[in-house]
Write a protein that binds this ligand. Structure first.
Ligand SMILES: Cc1cc2nc3c(=O)[nH]c(=O)nc-3n(C[C@H](O)[C@H](O)[C@H](O)COP(=O)(O)OP(=O)(O)OC[C@H]3O[C@@H](n4cnc5c(N)ncnc54)[C@H](O)[C@@H]3O)c2cc1C
Length: 617
């Protein structure tokens, strides 16, 4: 018998909390709550309050909105969200987990709003909070909190996207007027893609090359008014609309030129670098490239949010596709979920969502601890997980779309909206191919130090019969072996940047392999922390599925390196199929989907409820 009783009511986290309070901390009803809290990790109550607000009619998007209506409605939603004061922009530095929890909720519903809020609170507000000092906080934070001063993040230029250190916008200090003069030296240096610039933005954190007393000091950030309180573009600033985009038109991206724009000395966000009245420059960070890393460090939280958004929206798409697939009959008395192809396309991504969710939680907690000794690792992992999570989302949503057949193509069924709106997440907050290199390079450098020592694959018995330990050993081996291979190939080709470029394919593989191995470790730790059998059982099955599916994807590598015999490779394939079967034929799948804790307002797709009723209303 098939279980098709995943009624929409069971997915609301509110009834689940109530159920737990009624029944105590054991038994089946308790399991989704335990899974949800484990996966979410923090600020569960805050999230419930945000979801309650997002249930208001204002937050129901209208696919027939015109270009301009969508922009205005997205702004109205951002204002309503801001008015609720779930957090303050200063929490970006004071309480990063609280900040993240509130902003994360938006990606479950509306990517336009999520990105508009991300630009305003995370990129602009976070930069002011992190790089600004008391005077900036007093002047801007209250107005950012209320969204009275919509913010923009002015980093990218037409000629400089991934290469931020090459930007050309200049900010020259003039001691006679105690001001900086900001200029766009040529069209390629115009700020491009700036979210909020086209219509609504009033404050922009502008990234520019600072020069004082004739010395170039590198990229610094300035808090610049681009529009006055009445919304008029200020003199010295020229703005053009980037125009209609493929999707995501609720965000008004614009292009900005500066012409001799004078801003006061205080416009410099001066926590990490100061310019005295007479133009004397000082910074607690002597090394220019380290200083540059700090200036763009605000992107870490942005990347983690983009990665989390990819994971959270994937939860919604998977929940819709899985529910539909468990109720959709096809060819006689089968349902489409009976097909092993369906199970693989939906359940392997489901296990991946769990793995990535636990990995992101680990990095978010590490970031929130603020330990300077861990900051490099936070940077490397936030880059790698952003790339892995968004690339995974692309694949997951395509599968979800296909698994729903034609219904997946209907806007009302949501999947295609997420799939298209989110297409850009592989590019912004750092292009994935560029970010993965940030993750891989230190691993390759470390591998170079051990290049002389022998690397042998884990013996077949390694793991003592535990498939997870065996998978972890294999995945760690793969990261290490690829890093060594990359080092050897790059050294053979001359050891310079050109040699690196010739071998970028392996470099990206190193980053990918390391992040998958890291995610497996985080998933294992999370599942091991669960004592109760009811939530533990589905988590363990999903964990085994994640491990087996990652090994299966890299079978060619393991066979080539002698780390796996052909018989083990064949077994891995069978394991993936049987673990999928175990999930669908028990309540485990239902528990894992409920464990996402999706709020009612996130699932509006008719196919997730009663697809037979389609067209009846
Ligand atoms: C919708 C949208 C909103 C945005 N919002 C903002 C915003 O609010 N503020 C802001 O400052 N920016 C914003 N951006 C800019 C965004 O951050 C950049 O698009 C991104 O950094 C990539 O830069 P690029 O588009 O110039 O691509 P490029 O850097 O030109 O990359 C093009 C291609 O070349 C490849 N490539 C580049 N360098 C390398 C390398 N070293 N190795 C291998 N391959 C490489 C990339 O993988 C990519 O495929 C936004 C962009 C979009 C599309």
């Amino acid at each position: 018998m098939h279980e098709t009783d995943m009624s929409p009511h069971t997915t609301s986290i509110v009834p689940m909390v109530a159920a737990r309070r009624r029944r105590g901390a054991s038994g089946w009803t308790h399991a989704p709550q335990v899974i949800y809290e484990l996966l979410t990790g923090h600020h569960v109550d805050l999230r419930e309050r945000v979801f309650a607000l997002l249930s208001e009619p204002l937050f129901v998007t209208n696919p027939y909105d015109s270009f301009h209506a969508l922009r205005e409605n997205t702004l109205a939603r951002l204002k309503r969200f801001s008015e609720a004061h779930f957090f303050s922009t200063i929490d970006y530095v004071r309480d990063p987990l609280k900040f993240a929890a509130a902003v994360e909720c938006l990606a479950f519903l509306d990517y336009n709003l999520s990105i508009k809020a991300g630009v305003h609170f995370t990129l602009c507000g976070g930069t002011v909070a992190k790089l600004g000092t008391r005077k900036h906080h007093e002047e801007f934070i209250p107005r950012l909190d209320s969204c009275d001063l919509p913010g923009c993040f002015g980093m990218t230029e037409l000629g400089h996207g991934s290469n931020v250190s090459g930007i050309e916008t200049s900010a020259e200090y003039d001691p006679s007027t105690e001001s900086f003069v900001i200029n766009t030296p040529n069209d390629a240096a115009s700020k491009f893609w700036i979210g909020g610039a086209a219509q609504h933005g009033k404050l922009c954190t502008v990234f520019a090359q600072l020069t004082t007393q004739g010395t170039a000091q590198g990229v610094h950030v300035f808090a610049v008014r681009i529009r006055d309180d009445d919304g008029r573009v200020v003199p010295g600033v020229r703005i053009e609309d980037c125009g209609h985009k493929m999707v995501l038109n609720g965000v008004d991206n614009g292009r900005i030129w500066f012409q001799n724009l004078k801003v006061p000395r205080d416009a410099l966000l001066d926590k990490m670098a100061q310019v005295d009245r007479d133009g004397t420059y000082s910074s607690p960070i002597a090394n220019k490239s380290t200083r540059f890393g700090v200036m763009i460090g605000g992107l870490i939280v942005g990347r983690l949010l983009i990665a989390q958004g990819a994971v959270d929206a994937s939860k919604v798409a998977l929940a819709i596709a899985i529910r539909y697939s468990r109720s959709r009959p096809q060819f006689g008395d089968r349902i489409v979920m009976d097909y092993v192809t369906h199970q693989r396309r939906l359940l392997v991504p489901l296990s991946n969502v769990y793995a990535l969710g636990f990995a992101l939680l680990d990095v978010k907690r590490m970031h929130a601890r603020g330990d300077a000794g861990e900051s490099r690792l936070v940077h490397e992992r936030s880059c790698g997980l952003k790339a892995l999570a968004t690339w995974s989302r692309v694949e997951t949503m395509q599968y979800c779309r296909e698994c729903c057949g034609g219904q997946g193509y209907l806007t009302a069924n949501q999947i295609c909206v997420f799939k298209t709106d989110m297409d850009v997440d592989v590019t912004f907050e750092g292009d994935n191919t560029v970010l993965m290199q940030q993750t891989a390079r230190p691993l390759i450098t470390a591998a170079a130090k051990n290049a002389g020592s022998m690397l042998s694959p884990p013996a077949t018995g390694h793991g003592g019969g535990c498939p997870i330990r065996r998978a972890q050993a294999l995945m760690d081996f793969r990261t290490d072996a690829l890093a060594r291979q990359a080092h050897v190939e790059i050294a053979r080709a001359g050891g310079d940047e050109a040699a690196m470029n010739q071998n970028l394919d392996i470099v990206i593989d190193v980053g990918h392999a390391s992040m998958e191995a890291f995610a497996l470790r985080c998933f294992t730790d999370a599942a091991a922390s669960v004592v109760d059998a009811a939530p533990r059982e589905p988590l363990m099955t999903a964990l085994r599925l994640y491990a087996a599916s990652r090994l299966e994807r890299a079978t060619k590598f393991y066979l080539e390196y002698g780390a796996m015999r052909a018989s083990e490779a064949a077994q891995v394939r069978k394991d993936v199929n049987s673990l999928c079967g175990e999930l669908v034929s028990s309540r485990q799948l239902e528990l894992l989907v409920e464990g996402f804790g999706l709020p009612e307002c996130a699932i509006r797709a008719p196919i997730a409820k009663d697809w037979r009723a389609l067209g009846r209303s």
